[in-house]
Ligand binder design. Structure first.
Ligand SMILES: Cc1cc2nc3c(=O)[nH]c(=O)nc-3n(C[C@H](O)[C@H](O)[C@H](O)COP(=O)(O)OP(=O)(O)OC[C@H]3O[C@@H](n4cnc5c(N)ncnc54)[C@H](O)[C@@H]3O)c2cc1C
Length: 501
């Protein structure tokens, strides 16, 4: 049901102030903000009371928390990636104002750093600049989505004198920034973004918001399924480079899988060396622990031309505090309606009308839409009229990858080389091996469901692991219950429980 004389829509309503995370949030007093289709919260599994027998020497964790971004109705994936045919111009096309009234933002619209905090922030700044250019100070603007893009845009617009209401589907802020105080963990953990990236503006903003981070230079180790620690040869990256070089000379973009197959980069020998690992295993290692977690996609979907093998190189610092503090700092002066799902966006030359899942409508002068690409790919938000063809094309061609996080806490860090005696054990100084510098643990050989493990407690000494599960494996594991899921991820750790060499 549309509400009447439009532009006063928001102003005439009485807002009921409520408090969430110390910021002011709003719910329209005249309607009930229902919460259909809630996004699944991360599941935290307390220590098992009747633990299944530990397998393969892996002890049971004392706590586990897992995400499910692919399943999440308000993200439908983890971040955008360059699927076959993607170009930065497609992202720019998605960001083009629609009829001067509607502006799409969010990480997927950033041509430089899609899929990152920096890209999301930049897209929010760009959207706010577009609204400021097209509109007049004092206009009413709705910002749909209270993730980093939406909150950044809203802050800029408020500062520029616009009347801004942020509308957020979930009952929390931050979107794919999700800091959780999960039971069994001593510190807050991040279920979404966890690295700062190297964008100076984001790093400064995190420092201003007192978000603790620690330096993180990826030191990747590889362990065979049999537990043998082996040096990583350039075999896999070399094959990908040959494939990408070949693809660059093609008239049209092809998938990385096609490029690997047709360039002559593969097949690689499947004959194992003395450590039991073959060249083909090393290529699979590059794909499983490099391509998959950096795109969230399988090689048959990833653009050979656009794939960036160095993406995991620019991680920046590891967040050890709460990224949500950054979100809360941004949100602090804003008016935000939470648990409010936008289901329809109608626009013409004069205004934008939004329909919410409650059936209520509100009318504004302009709207900034920051719902994730994964949501735009579904029909959960109806646009009337339909978005222009170039926007539709961008939404269809750009990819949305699936990456999940799993946090595990143990009694002791059995995967570290010096665990037999923790660093401050005086008896251990004489013959202890030097601590392993590896902070990224991978397995080579038969692939495990977890793409890579980050030793998130290496600096602090905490026995804390962050696993990344990517692409088809993430989708498969999301369907498992917690017990089945835990069994699979613990199995993935088996090589480190028996590690030698
Ligand atoms: C597992 C994972 C790991 C990551 N790791 C990193 C990392 O280490 N470093 C890094 O830089 N980036 C990382 N990212 C990416 C980063 O988190 C995102 O790029 C960024 O947070 C996206 O911000 P956004 O505002 O564009 O989207 P979002 O944060 O998704 O915000 C969109 C908002 O829209 C809301 N919404 C959706 N539908 C509706 C609707 N119908 N009505 C109203 N509201 C709606 C959502 O609830 C959400 O709050 C990671 C992401 C994931 C998932």
């Amino acid at each position: 049901m549309e509400s009447g004389a439009a532009p006063e829509g928001i102003g005439r309503r009485t807002f009921l102030a409520a408090s969430l995370s110390g910021i002011t949030t709003l719910a329209l007093a005249s309607c009930t903000w229902s919460e259909p289709n809630p996004s699944p919260p991360p599941t935290t599994v307390p220590p098992a009371t009747t633990p299944p027998a530990p397998t393969n020497g892996v002890p049971l964790p004392t706590a586990m928390s897992r995400s499910s971004w692919g399943d999440d109705a308000f993200s439908r994936g983890a971040f955008s990636f360059d699927a076959v045919g993607s170009t930065p111009d497609l992202r720019r096309a998605l960001a083009e104002p629609v009829g001067d009234r509607l502006i799409i933002a969010g990480e997927a619209t950033d041509p430089e750093r899609p899929g990152t905090l920096a890209g999301a922030r930049e897209s929010g700044l760009r959207a706010a600049a577009d609204v400021t250019r097209l509109g007049t100070s004092g206009e009413r603007v709705a910002v749909i989505g209270a993730g980093l893009a939406g909150l950044t845009a809203a802050r800029e617009l408020v500062d520029a004198g616009f009347e801004v209401l942020v509308i957020e589907a979930r009952d929390r802020l931050g979107g794919r920034i999700q800091s959780v105080d999960a039971s069994g963990f001593d510190t807050s953990i991040e279920m979404g973004a966890v690295f700062t990236g190297d964008d100076a503006a984001v790093v400064d903003a995190l420092r201003d918001a007192s978000v603790d981070t620690v330096p993180f230079v990826a030191e990747v180790s590889a362990t065979t399924n049999a537990g043998l620690s082996v040096p990583i040869p350039p075999t896999g990256p070399d094959a990908v480079a040959i494939a990408q070089q070949w693809a660059a000379g093609r008239p049209a973009d092809v998938s990385l899988a096609t490029a690997l197959a047709d360039s002559g980069a593969t097949p690689l020998s499947a004959v194992p060396d003395e450590s039991g690992v073959s060249p083909a295993d090393w290529l699979a290692h590059t794909i499983n622990s490099g391509v998959a977690p950096s795109t969230g996609a399988v090689t048959s979907a990833v653009s050979a031309e656009r794939y960036d093998p160095d993406r995991l190189g620019g991680l920046g610092e590891l967040v050890t505090g709460r990224l949500a503090d950054y979100v809360d700092a941004l949100a602090e002066p804003l008016e935000i309606a939470v648990s409010s799902v936008v289901t329809r966006i109608a626009y013409d030359d004069a205004r934008v009308s939004l329909r919410l899942d409650s059936g209520e409508s509100l009318n504004v002068d302009r709207a900034v839409v920051t719902v994730p690409l994964g949501v735009l790919k579904t029909d959960t938000v109806e646009f009337s009229p339909a978005l222009p063809l170039m926007h539709q094309r961008a939404i269809s061609v750009l990819g949305m990858g699936v990456v999940d996080t799993v946090w595990l806490r143990f009694d002791e860090a059995f995967w570290r080389a010096d665990v037999a005696g923790e660093p401050d054990d005086p008896d251990d100084t004489a013959d202890a091996a030097p601590p392993s510098p590896a902070n990224v643990l991978t397995v080579v050989g038969a692939p495990t469901p977890v793409a890579l493990w980050i030793d998130a407690g290496l600096t602090s000494g905490e026995p804390l692991l962050l696993g990344l599960i990517a692409a088809a494996r993430a989708t498969r594991l999301e369907a498992l219950d917690d017990e089945e899921f835990q069994a699979e991820v613990l199995d993935s750790l088996a090589p480190f429980a028996t590690a030698t060499g």
